[in-house]
Design a protein around this ligand. Structure first.
Ligand code: CO8
Length: 260
């Protein structure tokens, strides 16, 4: 499928989706949000895709936020619809059932930081900058930022970043638990590729079970969360991959997971 604002490519079982508006620092307009929703829907349905990398074109930005020029003319109802579309996209990514890595070369601001936080792992260049600057525009985060930042980094960091609207560097973002790994700009692709390859080679049922237990189970009480874990654990016993993983351990060899 051809997109106007995205690039999509496959390398083995790793699909890379790139927001491709570099002249606007990959800002999310309505069309880009809709295309991302379609692209993630396709990635979810394609069994050959085991891991998704989400990034932005160029080395200056991951995504510098929602498109401010487009939002400037919105009515409240359009703002509500835009927020709902964005939140649906973020939930679709978070609940994809396959690991999603955000590759962050530069700015991840506002809706861009929210997009990165909807991914499961975040690998950033030392040059990356993070922030929720919506308050400087008379806005609040509208793509789930208040909730995901709270869960990732706690109430203190969520209030500090959202109320002060300031930017933080990648090192600080890592200290706060927002970023998984920080690397030199020239090492970003190699680092992302290594993690993506590892995830793509893992057992999909196990990866899906972990995502489900942590993300869905984690939003419930401890008993229900543990029940999510038990269900996911039990389901693995129905897979060839679980037999392969345990047999490979006993035979002292590396497992070869087939996604069955
Ligand atoms: N929207 C639209 N255009 C943008 C955006 C954006 N968020 N960010 C950058 N651009 C454009 C600039 O307008 C400029 O375009 P042009 O060349 O046509 O003038 C181009 O990208 C390059 O940007 P700059 O010249 O500003 O580059 P600098 O290196 O000088 O600065 C910054 C880089 C610091 C990243 C700066 O561009 C900036 O501050 N951008 C805005 C960051 C921001 O405030 N993001 C939050 C937006 S609000 C949001 O995301 C809310 C999400 C929830 C929405 C809920 C819906 C209701």
């Amino acid at each position: 499928m051809a997109y106007r604002n995205l690039l999509v490519s496959d390398r083995g079982a790793v699909r890379t989706i790139t927001a491709n508006r570099p002249d606007k620092l990959n800002a999310l307009n309505r069309e880009t949000l809709n295309e991302l929703t379609l692209a993630f829907g396709q990635a979810a349905q394609d069994d050959a895709v085991r891991c998704v990398v989400l990034t932005g074109a160029g080395d200056k930005a991951f995504v510098a936020g929602a498109d401010i020029a487009e939002m400037n003319g919105y009515t409240p109802l359009q703002g509500q619809a835009f927020s709902a579309t964005g939140q649906q996209l973020m939930s679709r990514i978070e609940r994809l059932g396959k690991p999603v890595i955000a590759r962050i070369p530069g700015y991840a601001l506002g809706g861009g930081m929210e997009l990165a936080m909807a991914c499961h792992l975040r690998i950033a260049s030392e040059k990356a900058r993070f922030g929720q600057p919506e308050i400087n525009l008379g806005l609040i985060p509208g793509f789930g930022g208040t909730q995901r930042l709270l869960r990732l980094a706690g109430r203190g960091a969520a209030l500090e970043l959202c109320l002060l609207g300031k930017q933080i560097n990648a090192e600080r973002a890592q200290e706060l638990g927002i970023v998984t790994q920080v690397v030199a700009p020239e090492g970003l692709d190699e680092a992302v590729q290594a993690v993506a390859d590892q995830l793509a080679a893992s057992a999909p049922c196990a990866a899906a079970g972990i995502l489900d237990a942590v993300l869905q189970g984690g939003e419930t009480g401890i008993d229900q969360g543990l029940s999510y874990e038990t269900q996911g654990f039990a389901l693995c016993f129905a897979t060839e991959d679980m037999r392969e993983g345990t047999t490979a351990f006993l035979e002292r060899r590396n497992p070869e997971f087939k996604g069955r």
